[in-house]
Design a binder for this molecule. Sequence first.
Ligand SMILES: [Zn+2]
Length: 376
Amino acid sequence: MLFSDVVAQIELSSRLREGIRSGKVAHAQLFDGAEGSGALALARAYAQYLHCTSRTDEDSCGKCDSCIAHLKVQHPDLHWAFPFFKKDSSGRSISDPFQSSWREVMLDGAYVGQEEWLNKIGADKKQLFISVDEALEINRKLGLKSFHGGYKVLILWLPEAMRVDTANKLLKLIEEPTDNTVMLFVSQNSDRLLATILSRLQRVKIPRLADEEAAKGLAKFSGISEDQAMGWVHVTEGNITAANRLAKSGSETPDLELFSSWMRACWARDAEAMMRQANEFAGSGRESQKRFITYALHMVRQCIVGNYGAESLVRLTPGEAAFLSKFQKFIHHKNVVKISSQLEAAHKDIAGNVNSKIVFMDLSVQIHMLLRKDAA
Ligand SMILES: [Zn+2]
């Protein structure tokens, strides 16, 4: 991946390249950024730049053998580790059976989250982890001679999925690295890493994208307009990975129409409208149902932000602003926590395959009662 394919992060990218050019390449680094910040994209661009044989100050060349191999996600000196699950009870538990799936995901881009990975490998509700066997395997791979004579790079995605015994096995490698080895740990939750690991990594803090940056990036790789992209970026608070997930799930814009008519029906306890909406909701497929609930949560949050007069924090399209200007007074400190937790519970139920019509009807009745709660 080229640095020019990374969304924004211009200054940080430049610092990373400068570090490589001046030979300051720490052998164990933590690319530390929330989902959607582009930590994995930056790690990939960093690895390619390390290997590129005719890089410029601005970027990898994109044409040398190393770059071509990176582009195909087939560079022999780039090793991948990531969470996976154990397919059966026999044998060692290593990532090999999942490497081709991983490669396919990487060929699609680097803005993926756990949800995309879970879907890809059909893990569904299985617990993903990085096993002790995998740590030994990493030790073995990095102990081999470098194929092209340069750096051997490991990109380890989500080190927070390592178990304690796995982490301890890797610790040795971090403390006593083999020659020309660079380990890039790409974490979304670095606070879950063991302190012993954390303290030995050189941290590269990756900031969240600004809304405008995320919308531009999303528009570029999903083909939707920047205005539409901004709608999704608002819902996900700048998380481009989640925004892309939502944009892919079908609808062109967030579900304002259904949300506003639903809130009206809930307020009025209009059973007929609720039934109609429940049918519409249930007919739309699990992914769009989850997306709608996520959207509803976003709108409820925006009501509270608006109520507290924090205008600069409000993320709304003009249509949403018009609706919320009338609606937001019904969401207040006495009901917001309960409404949010009802929505979160519904999201969980839908993900867990509970009958969505029942979930929606039940949720509507709960929200009716909560909306009718007096703010005073
Ligand atoms: Zn190159």
